[in-house]
Design a protein around this ligand. Structure first.
Ligand code: SAH
Length: 478
Protein backbone atom coordinates (compact mmCIF):
# COMPACT_ATOMS: atom_id res chain seq x y z
CA UNK A 1 0.00 0.00 0.00
CA UNK A 2 1.30 3.42 -0.91
CA UNK A 3 -0.06 6.40 0.96
CA UNK A 4 -0.81 9.80 -0.50
CA UNK A 5 0.82 12.44 1.71
CA UNK A 6 -1.43 15.30 2.66
CA UNK A 7 -1.12 18.37 4.90
CA UNK A 8 -4.61 19.11 6.17
CA UNK A 9 -5.78 22.56 7.25
CA UNK A 10 -7.93 21.76 10.28
CA UNK A 11 -8.09 25.21 11.78
CA UNK A 12 -11.59 25.87 13.12
CA UNK A 13 -12.82 22.51 11.80
CA UNK A 14 -14.53 20.04 14.12
CA UNK A 15 -12.73 16.76 14.74
CA UNK A 16 -13.60 13.90 17.05
CA UNK A 17 -11.28 11.92 19.31
CA UNK A 18 -12.91 8.89 20.89
CA UNK A 19 -11.05 7.88 24.03
CA UNK A 20 -10.33 9.90 27.17
CA UNK A 21 -7.01 8.34 28.21
CA UNK A 22 -3.41 9.24 27.57
CA UNK A 23 -3.49 8.25 23.88
CA UNK A 24 -6.61 10.31 23.30
CA UNK A 25 -4.88 13.17 25.10
CA UNK A 26 -1.84 12.94 22.78
CA UNK A 27 -4.00 12.95 19.67
CA UNK A 28 -6.14 15.82 20.98
CA UNK A 29 -3.01 17.77 21.80
CA UNK A 30 -1.56 17.73 18.28
CA UNK A 31 -4.97 18.43 16.77
CA UNK A 32 -5.32 21.44 19.07
CA UNK A 33 -1.89 22.65 17.98
CA UNK A 34 -3.14 22.58 14.41
CA UNK A 35 -6.09 24.74 15.46
CA UNK A 36 -8.80 22.10 15.16
CA UNK A 37 -12.03 22.26 17.19
CA UNK A 38 -11.59 19.11 19.20
CA UNK A 39 -14.39 17.09 20.74
CA UNK A 40 -13.37 14.19 22.96
CA UNK A 41 -15.92 11.40 23.37
CA UNK A 42 -15.51 9.19 26.45
CA UNK A 43 -17.32 8.23 29.65
CA UNK A 44 -14.41 9.71 31.65
CA UNK A 45 -11.60 12.16 30.90
CA UNK A 46 -8.08 11.85 32.29
CA UNK A 47 -6.94 14.82 34.42
CA UNK A 48 -5.27 16.71 31.55
CA UNK A 49 -8.23 16.35 29.21
CA UNK A 50 -10.53 17.34 32.05
CA UNK A 51 -8.52 20.51 32.63
CA UNK A 52 -8.65 21.36 28.93
CA UNK A 53 -12.40 20.81 28.99
CA UNK A 54 -12.77 23.05 32.06
CA UNK A 55 -10.69 25.69 30.27
CA UNK A 56 -12.98 25.45 27.26
CA UNK A 57 -10.18 24.25 24.97
CA UNK A 58 -12.04 21.05 24.05
CA UNK A 59 -15.67 19.87 24.06
CA UNK A 60 -16.66 16.66 25.79
CA UNK A 61 -19.26 14.11 24.74
CA UNK A 62 -19.69 12.22 27.99
CA UNK A 63 -20.72 8.61 27.46
CA UNK A 64 -20.15 5.68 25.15
CA UNK A 65 -19.81 6.07 21.40
CA UNK A 66 -22.95 6.71 19.35
CA UNK A 67 -23.12 6.79 15.57
CA UNK A 68 -24.44 10.36 15.63
CA UNK A 69 -21.10 11.55 17.09
CA UNK A 70 -19.77 11.32 13.54
CA UNK A 71 -22.21 13.93 12.22
CA UNK A 72 -20.63 17.17 10.97
CA UNK A 73 -17.01 16.30 11.66
CA UNK A 74 -14.01 16.29 9.31
CA UNK A 75 -11.81 13.65 10.89
CA UNK A 76 -12.13 11.02 13.56
CA UNK A 77 -9.55 9.32 15.76
CA UNK A 78 -10.33 6.07 17.57
CA UNK A 79 -8.14 5.93 20.66
CA UNK A 80 -9.85 3.58 23.11
CA UNK A 81 -8.76 0.09 24.14
CA UNK A 82 -11.92 -1.47 22.67
CA UNK A 83 -11.06 -3.33 19.44
CA UNK A 84 -14.71 -4.15 18.69
CA UNK A 85 -15.67 -0.49 18.94
CA UNK A 86 -12.71 0.45 16.73
CA UNK A 87 -13.83 -1.98 14.01
CA UNK A 88 -17.39 -0.63 14.21
CA UNK A 89 -16.17 2.96 13.95
CA UNK A 90 -14.00 2.10 10.94
CA UNK A 91 -16.99 0.65 9.08
CA UNK A 92 -19.15 3.68 9.89
CA UNK A 93 -16.44 6.14 8.88
CA UNK A 94 -15.90 4.32 5.59
CA UNK A 95 -19.62 4.48 4.81
CA UNK A 96 -19.63 8.24 5.50
CA UNK A 97 -16.38 8.85 3.53
CA UNK A 98 -14.88 10.17 6.72
CA UNK A 99 -11.15 9.78 7.30
CA UNK A 100 -10.43 7.76 10.40
CA UNK A 101 -7.25 6.98 12.30
CA UNK A 102 -7.47 3.91 14.48
CA UNK A 103 -4.61 3.96 16.95
CA UNK A 104 -2.16 1.10 16.44
CA UNK A 105 -4.22 -0.43 13.64
CA UNK A 106 -2.98 0.50 10.19
CA UNK A 107 -5.48 -1.81 8.44
CA UNK A 108 -8.51 -0.08 9.96
CA UNK A 109 -7.11 3.42 9.41
CA UNK A 110 -7.85 5.49 6.34
CA UNK A 111 -5.34 8.12 7.42
CA UNK A 112 -2.08 7.73 9.32
CA UNK A 113 -0.50 10.20 11.65
CA UNK A 114 3.15 10.74 10.70
CA UNK A 115 6.18 11.41 12.86
CA UNK A 116 6.80 15.14 12.55
CA UNK A 117 9.79 17.45 12.48
CA UNK A 118 8.26 20.79 13.37
CA UNK A 119 9.96 23.92 12.06
CA UNK A 120 6.69 25.78 11.66
CA UNK A 121 5.73 26.92 9.15
CA UNK A 122 8.00 24.21 7.69
CA UNK A 123 6.72 20.74 8.57
CA UNK A 124 8.38 17.44 7.71
CA UNK A 125 6.16 14.39 8.09
CA UNK A 126 7.50 10.83 8.01
CA UNK A 127 5.43 7.71 7.61
CA UNK A 128 6.33 4.05 7.28
CA UNK A 129 2.82 3.32 6.10
CA UNK A 130 2.12 1.80 9.49
CA UNK A 131 4.74 -0.92 8.89
CA UNK A 132 7.50 0.30 11.16
CA UNK A 133 6.49 3.31 13.26
CA UNK A 134 9.67 2.96 15.32
CA UNK A 135 11.77 3.38 12.20
CA UNK A 136 9.81 6.51 11.31
CA UNK A 137 10.50 7.82 14.79
CA UNK A 138 14.24 7.13 14.47
CA UNK A 139 14.31 8.88 11.11
CA UNK A 140 12.55 11.79 12.69
CA UNK A 141 15.25 12.00 15.36
CA UNK A 142 17.93 12.07 12.69
CA UNK A 143 16.17 14.80 10.76
CA UNK A 144 15.70 16.78 13.98
CA UNK A 145 19.48 16.97 14.18
CA UNK A 146 19.93 17.84 10.53
CA UNK A 147 17.30 20.46 9.94
CA UNK A 148 18.40 23.79 11.24
CA UNK A 149 15.99 25.26 13.82
CA UNK A 150 16.11 28.59 11.96
CA UNK A 151 14.37 26.99 8.98
CA UNK A 152 11.08 28.11 10.56
CA UNK A 153 12.10 31.78 10.94
CA UNK A 154 13.52 31.68 7.39
CA UNK A 155 10.22 30.42 5.98
CA UNK A 156 8.33 33.12 7.89
CA UNK A 157 10.67 35.77 6.58
CA UNK A 158 10.11 34.52 3.04
CA UNK A 159 6.32 34.50 3.44
CA UNK A 160 6.36 38.31 3.52
CA UNK A 161 8.63 38.53 0.49
CA UNK A 162 7.13 35.79 -1.64
CA UNK A 163 5.16 37.84 -4.13
CA UNK A 164 7.99 40.35 -4.51
CA UNK A 165 10.44 37.51 -5.14
CA UNK A 166 8.18 36.15 -7.90
CA UNK A 167 7.82 39.53 -9.54
CA UNK A 168 11.45 40.42 -9.27
CA UNK A 169 12.78 37.00 -10.32
CA UNK A 170 10.32 35.58 -12.85
CA UNK A 171 12.94 33.17 -14.18
CA UNK A 172 12.63 29.88 -12.34
CA UNK A 173 16.34 29.03 -12.44
CA UNK A 174 17.30 32.43 -11.03
CA UNK A 175 14.62 32.13 -8.37
CA UNK A 176 15.86 28.69 -7.42
CA UNK A 177 19.40 30.01 -7.10
CA UNK A 178 18.12 32.79 -4.89
CA UNK A 179 16.47 30.29 -2.55
CA UNK A 180 19.58 28.12 -2.54
CA UNK A 181 21.65 31.09 -1.63
CA UNK A 182 19.29 31.82 1.25
CA UNK A 183 19.84 28.29 2.52
CA UNK A 184 23.60 28.49 2.49
CA UNK A 185 24.38 32.13 2.79
CA UNK A 186 24.49 35.03 5.18
CA UNK A 187 20.71 35.32 5.68
CA UNK A 188 20.55 32.00 7.47
CA UNK A 189 23.59 32.76 9.56
CA UNK A 190 22.13 36.15 10.56
CA UNK A 191 18.93 34.40 11.64
CA UNK A 192 21.03 31.97 13.67
CA UNK A 193 22.66 34.93 15.37
CA UNK A 194 19.12 36.23 16.12
CA UNK A 195 19.71 39.34 14.00
CA UNK A 196 16.29 39.45 12.40
CA UNK A 197 16.42 42.97 10.98
CA UNK A 198 19.84 42.41 9.43
CA UNK A 199 18.63 39.11 7.99
CA UNK A 200 15.64 40.82 6.36
CA UNK A 201 17.89 43.53 4.95
CA UNK A 202 20.31 40.90 3.61
CA UNK A 203 17.47 38.96 1.96
CA UNK A 204 16.24 42.19 0.30
CA UNK A 205 19.72 43.12 -0.84
CA UNK A 206 20.19 39.70 -2.26
CA UNK A 207 16.96 40.07 -4.18
CA UNK A 208 18.36 43.16 -5.88
CA UNK A 209 21.61 41.44 -6.86
CA UNK A 210 20.27 37.94 -7.54
CA UNK A 211 20.65 38.33 -11.30
CA UNK A 212 24.35 38.94 -11.06
CA UNK A 213 25.48 37.45 -7.75
CA UNK A 214 26.02 33.70 -7.99
CA UNK A 215 25.83 33.54 -4.19
CA UNK A 216 28.59 31.13 -3.20
CA UNK A 217 29.93 30.96 0.34
CA UNK A 218 32.48 29.14 2.42
CA UNK A 219 32.06 27.43 5.79
CA UNK A 220 35.35 26.95 7.57
CA UNK A 221 34.57 23.81 9.48
CA UNK A 222 36.39 21.95 12.23
CA UNK A 223 35.99 18.19 11.77
CA UNK A 224 37.42 17.25 15.18
CA UNK A 225 40.09 14.62 15.68
CA UNK A 226 38.53 11.64 13.91
CA UNK A 227 35.66 10.19 15.91
CA UNK A 228 32.62 11.40 13.92
CA UNK A 229 30.65 11.68 17.16
CA UNK A 230 32.79 14.69 18.04
CA UNK A 231 31.53 16.76 15.11
CA UNK A 232 29.16 19.55 16.15
CA UNK A 233 25.52 19.57 15.05
CA UNK A 234 26.12 22.76 13.14
CA UNK A 235 29.06 21.08 11.44
CA UNK A 236 26.87 18.16 10.44
CA UNK A 237 24.33 20.52 8.91
CA UNK A 238 27.02 22.37 6.99
CA UNK A 239 28.29 19.05 5.60
CA UNK A 240 24.79 18.20 4.48
CA UNK A 241 24.36 21.51 2.71
CA UNK A 242 27.74 21.52 0.98
CA UNK A 243 28.14 21.35 -2.79
CA UNK A 244 31.93 21.09 -2.54
CA UNK A 245 34.10 19.88 0.33
CA UNK A 246 37.77 20.81 0.38
CA UNK A 247 39.25 18.62 3.07
CA UNK A 248 42.61 17.97 4.63
CA UNK A 249 44.02 14.47 4.75
CA UNK A 250 43.72 14.54 8.54
CA UNK A 251 39.91 14.46 8.27
CA UNK A 252 38.67 10.94 8.94
CA UNK A 253 36.71 8.92 6.40
CA UNK A 254 33.91 8.53 8.96
CA UNK A 255 33.41 12.28 9.14
CA UNK A 256 33.47 12.61 5.34
CA UNK A 257 30.87 9.86 5.11
CA UNK A 258 28.42 12.17 6.91
CA UNK A 259 28.45 14.65 4.03
CA UNK A 260 25.83 14.85 1.32
CA UNK A 261 26.30 11.91 -1.05
CA UNK A 262 26.54 13.99 -4.18
CA UNK A 263 28.83 16.66 -2.77
CA UNK A 264 32.12 16.95 -4.63
CA UNK A 265 34.98 15.97 -2.32
CA UNK A 266 38.42 17.35 -3.01
CA UNK A 267 41.35 16.32 -0.85
CA UNK A 268 43.79 19.15 -0.42
CA UNK A 269 46.48 17.06 1.20
CA UNK A 270 48.72 19.20 3.30
CA UNK A 271 50.78 17.21 5.74
CA UNK A 272 53.97 18.33 7.40
CA UNK A 273 56.83 17.74 4.99
CA UNK A 274 54.46 16.59 2.26
CA UNK A 275 52.83 19.62 0.69
CA UNK A 276 50.78 18.26 -2.17
CA UNK A 277 48.57 21.29 -2.46
CA UNK A 278 50.02 24.65 -1.57
CA UNK A 279 48.12 27.13 0.56
CA UNK A 280 47.79 29.38 -2.49
CA UNK A 281 46.16 26.56 -4.42
CA UNK A 282 43.70 25.98 -1.60
CA UNK A 283 42.82 29.67 -1.64
CA UNK A 284 42.32 29.52 -5.40
CA UNK A 285 40.05 26.48 -5.13
CA UNK A 286 37.87 28.10 -2.46
CA UNK A 287 37.55 31.22 -4.59
CA UNK A 288 36.79 29.37 -7.80
CA UNK A 289 33.99 27.27 -6.30
CA UNK A 290 32.46 30.06 -4.23
CA UNK A 291 32.45 32.39 -7.25
CA UNK A 292 30.66 29.70 -9.22
CA UNK A 293 27.84 29.98 -6.67
CA UNK A 294 28.60 26.80 -4.75
CA UNK A 295 28.38 26.21 -1.05
CA UNK A 296 31.92 25.31 -0.11
CA UNK A 297 32.92 23.59 3.10
CA UNK A 298 36.57 23.96 3.94
CA UNK A 299 36.94 20.99 6.26
CA UNK A 300 39.92 20.80 8.59
CA UNK A 301 41.05 18.35 11.22
CA UNK A 302 40.42 19.45 14.81
CA UNK A 303 39.62 23.15 15.04
CA UNK A 304 40.27 25.45 12.09
CA UNK A 305 41.76 28.19 14.28
CA UNK A 306 44.25 26.00 16.11
CA UNK A 307 47.35 25.43 13.99
CA UNK A 308 45.05 25.16 11.02
CA UNK A 309 45.81 28.29 9.00
CA UNK A 310 42.12 29.15 9.31
CA UNK A 311 42.95 32.78 9.95
CA UNK A 312 44.86 33.11 6.70
CA UNK A 313 42.03 31.51 4.75
CA UNK A 314 39.45 33.89 6.20
CA UNK A 315 41.66 36.89 5.48
CA UNK A 316 41.87 35.74 1.91
CA UNK A 317 38.08 35.23 1.63
CA UNK A 318 37.39 38.58 3.21
CA UNK A 319 39.80 40.23 0.81
CA UNK A 320 37.83 38.76 -2.09
CA UNK A 321 34.38 39.58 -0.72
CA UNK A 322 33.30 35.95 -0.27
CA UNK A 323 30.75 35.30 2.51
CA UNK A 324 31.99 32.93 5.19
CA UNK A 325 31.12 31.29 8.48
CA UNK A 326 33.28 29.46 11.01
CA UNK A 327 32.18 26.31 12.82
CA UNK A 328 34.63 25.30 15.52
CA UNK A 329 35.79 21.74 16.01
CA UNK A 330 37.29 19.85 18.91
CA UNK A 331 40.99 20.42 18.72
CA UNK A 332 43.45 17.52 19.02
CA UNK A 333 44.71 18.60 22.45
CA UNK A 334 41.24 18.45 23.98
CA UNK A 335 40.17 15.29 22.19
CA UNK A 336 43.40 13.34 22.68
CA UNK A 337 43.59 14.27 26.34
CA UNK A 338 39.96 13.26 26.87
CA UNK A 339 40.34 9.95 25.03
CA UNK A 340 43.53 9.16 26.91
CA UNK A 341 42.07 9.97 30.33
CA UNK A 342 44.42 12.93 30.86
CA UNK A 343 42.80 16.00 32.42
CA UNK A 344 44.75 18.91 30.94
CA UNK A 345 44.35 20.89 34.12
CA UNK A 346 44.04 19.45 37.60
CA UNK A 347 43.90 21.30 40.88
CA UNK A 348 46.77 19.25 42.25
CA UNK A 349 49.04 19.13 39.21
CA UNK A 350 48.58 21.82 36.59
CA UNK A 351 47.00 25.25 36.54
CA UNK A 352 47.60 26.12 32.91
CA UNK A 353 47.82 24.53 29.49
CA UNK A 354 49.84 25.63 26.53
CA UNK A 355 49.14 24.58 22.96
CA UNK A 356 52.46 24.50 21.15
CA UNK A 357 53.54 23.50 17.68
CA UNK A 358 56.97 22.14 16.91
CA UNK A 359 56.88 20.97 13.33
CA UNK A 360 60.26 22.19 12.16
CA UNK A 361 63.48 23.60 13.48
CA UNK A 362 62.45 27.14 12.53
CA UNK A 363 59.32 27.06 14.65
CA UNK A 364 61.13 25.31 17.50
CA UNK A 365 63.81 27.98 17.74
CA UNK A 366 61.29 30.74 18.27
CA UNK A 367 59.67 29.04 21.28
CA UNK A 368 60.05 30.55 24.72
CA UNK A 369 61.75 27.59 26.40
CA UNK A 370 62.05 29.33 29.74
CA UNK A 371 58.27 29.61 29.91
CA UNK A 372 57.64 26.16 28.48
CA UNK A 373 59.90 24.47 31.01
CA UNK A 374 57.97 25.76 34.00
CA UNK A 375 56.46 23.26 36.38
CA UNK A 376 52.78 22.74 37.13
CA UNK A 377 51.70 23.41 33.59
CA UNK A 378 50.71 21.10 30.78
CA UNK A 379 52.18 21.33 27.30
CA UNK A 380 50.18 19.97 24.39
CA UNK A 381 52.58 19.72 21.48
CA UNK A 382 51.16 19.50 17.94
CA UNK A 383 53.13 18.18 14.98
CA UNK A 384 56.03 17.36 17.26
CA UNK A 385 56.95 13.80 16.27
CA UNK A 386 59.94 14.75 14.15
CA UNK A 387 61.36 17.19 16.67
CA UNK A 388 61.26 15.12 19.83
CA UNK A 389 65.05 15.15 20.46
CA UNK A 390 65.18 18.96 20.48
CA UNK A 391 62.05 19.20 22.59
CA UNK A 392 63.42 16.81 25.18
CA UNK A 393 66.82 18.43 25.28
CA UNK A 394 65.59 22.04 25.43
CA UNK A 395 63.01 21.41 28.15
CA UNK A 396 65.54 19.65 30.35
CA UNK A 397 68.19 22.30 29.62
CA UNK A 398 65.72 24.97 30.77
CA UNK A 399 64.96 23.23 34.02
CA UNK A 400 62.04 20.84 33.48
CA UNK A 401 62.75 17.68 35.50
CA UNK A 402 63.70 14.55 33.57
CA UNK A 403 61.13 12.70 35.67
CA UNK A 404 58.24 14.80 34.29
CA UNK A 405 55.66 12.43 32.80
CA UNK A 406 54.69 12.54 29.14
CA UNK A 407 52.09 10.81 27.01
CA UNK A 408 52.06 10.53 23.25
CA UNK A 409 48.59 9.99 21.83
CA UNK A 410 48.73 8.62 18.32
CA UNK A 411 45.50 8.61 16.26
CA UNK A 412 43.58 10.06 19.18
CA UNK A 413 39.84 9.18 19.36
CA UNK A 414 40.17 6.73 16.45
CA UNK A 415 39.84 2.95 16.71
CA UNK A 416 43.61 2.53 16.27
CA UNK A 417 44.49 4.98 19.07
CA UNK A 418 47.75 4.26 20.96
CA UNK A 419 48.93 5.99 24.09
CA UNK A 420 52.62 5.79 24.97
CA UNK A 421 53.80 7.08 28.31
CA UNK A 422 57.09 7.62 30.11
CA UNK A 423 59.21 10.34 31.65
CA UNK A 424 60.74 13.26 29.78
CA UNK A 425 64.25 11.76 29.95
CA UNK A 426 63.02 8.67 28.06
CA UNK A 427 60.82 10.52 25.53
CA UNK A 428 62.93 9.97 22.41
CA UNK A 429 63.82 6.40 23.32
CA UNK A 430 60.15 5.46 23.90
CA UNK A 431 58.84 7.19 20.80
CA UNK A 432 61.44 5.48 18.65
CA UNK A 433 60.91 2.15 20.36
CA UNK A 434 57.19 2.25 19.65
CA UNK A 435 57.68 3.72 16.19
CA UNK A 436 55.28 6.62 16.74
CA UNK A 437 53.58 7.88 13.56
CA UNK A 438 51.61 10.98 12.64
CA UNK A 439 49.09 12.19 13.65
CA UNK A 440 50.29 12.18 17.21
CA UNK A 441 49.95 14.65 20.02
CA UNK A 442 52.46 14.94 22.83
CA UNK A 443 51.34 15.88 26.32
CA UNK A 444 54.05 16.81 28.81
CA UNK A 445 53.31 17.50 32.45
CA UNK A 446 52.38 15.87 35.71
CA UNK A 447 48.85 15.15 34.49
CA UNK A 448 50.16 12.78 31.80
CA UNK A 449 50.79 10.14 34.46
CA UNK A 450 47.03 9.99 35.12
CA UNK A 451 46.58 8.19 31.80
CA UNK A 452 47.32 4.93 33.62
CA UNK A 453 44.55 5.30 36.16
CA UNK A 454 41.95 7.18 34.12
CA UNK A 455 42.25 5.43 30.73
CA UNK A 456 38.85 4.39 29.35
CA UNK A 457 39.12 4.27 25.56
CA UNK A 458 40.83 1.65 23.40
CA UNK A 459 43.91 -0.21 24.60
CA UNK A 460 45.59 0.65 27.91
CA UNK A 461 48.64 2.94 27.74
CA UNK A 462 51.97 1.42 26.70
CA UNK A 463 54.60 2.05 29.32
CA UNK A 464 54.94 1.61 33.04
CA UNK A 465 52.90 3.74 35.37
CA UNK A 466 54.80 6.63 36.93
CA UNK A 467 53.79 7.87 40.36
CA UNK A 468 51.40 10.78 40.07
CA UNK A 469 53.29 13.17 42.28
CA UNK A 470 53.44 16.84 42.69
CA UNK A 471 54.06 18.92 45.78
CA UNK A 472 50.90 20.75 46.75
CA UNK A 473 51.38 24.44 47.42
CA UNK A 474 49.51 25.67 50.47
CA UNK A 475 47.26 27.96 48.51
CA UNK A 476 45.82 25.10 46.54
CA UNK A 477 45.20 22.68 49.35
CA UNK A 478 43.37 25.32 51.36
N1 SAH B 1 43.70 22.10 13.54
C1 SAH B 1 44.13 20.85 14.13
C2 SAH B 1 45.62 20.73 14.22
C3 SAH B 1 46.31 20.68 12.89
S1 SAH B 1 48.02 20.41 13.07
C4 SAH B 1 43.48 20.69 15.51
O1 SAH B 1 42.89 21.64 16.02
O2 SAH B 1 43.57 19.60 16.07
C5 SAH B 1 48.13 18.66 12.92
C6 SAH B 1 48.54 18.05 14.22
O3 SAH B 1 47.44 17.91 15.08
C7 SAH B 1 49.09 16.64 14.09
O4 SAH B 1 50.43 16.63 13.69
C8 SAH B 1 48.91 16.14 15.50
O5 SAH B 1 49.91 16.64 16.35
C9 SAH B 1 47.61 16.78 15.90
N2 SAH B 1 46.46 15.87 15.66
C10 SAH B 1 45.39 16.11 14.91
N3 SAH B 1 44.53 15.08 14.97
C11 SAH B 1 45.07 14.18 15.80
C12 SAH B 1 44.66 12.90 16.29
N4 SAH B 1 43.51 12.35 15.93
N5 SAH B 1 45.48 12.26 17.15
C13 SAH B 1 46.64 12.80 17.53
N6 SAH B 1 47.06 14.00 17.10
C14 SAH B 1 46.30 14.68 16.26
Amino acid sequence: MKLYPLFADLSGRPVLVVGGGVVGERKASSLLEAGARVTVGAPELNPTLRTWWEQGRISWRAGTFEDAWLDDIWLVVAATSDAVLHAHMAVLAEARRLFINVVDDAALSSFHVPAVVDRAPVTIAISSGGHAPMLARLLRERLELLIDPVMGPLASLLADMRSRIRTRLPDLAVRRRYYEHLLGGPVLSLLRRRQQALAEAAAERLLETAHTDPGGSVVLLGAGPGDPGLLTLRGLRALNEADVILHDRLVSAEVLALARRDAERIEVAKQAGNHHTTQAQIHALMLEHARAGRRVVRLKGGDPFVFGRGGEELEFLRGHGIAYEVVPGITAALACAAYAGIPLTHRDHAQSVRLVTAHCQGSIDTLDWQALAQERQTLAVYMGTSELPRLQQQLIAHGRAGTTPFAIIENGSRPEQRVITGSLSTLVERATGYDVCSPALLVIGEVAALAHTLAWFGRPPLGTALPVSSPKPEALTA
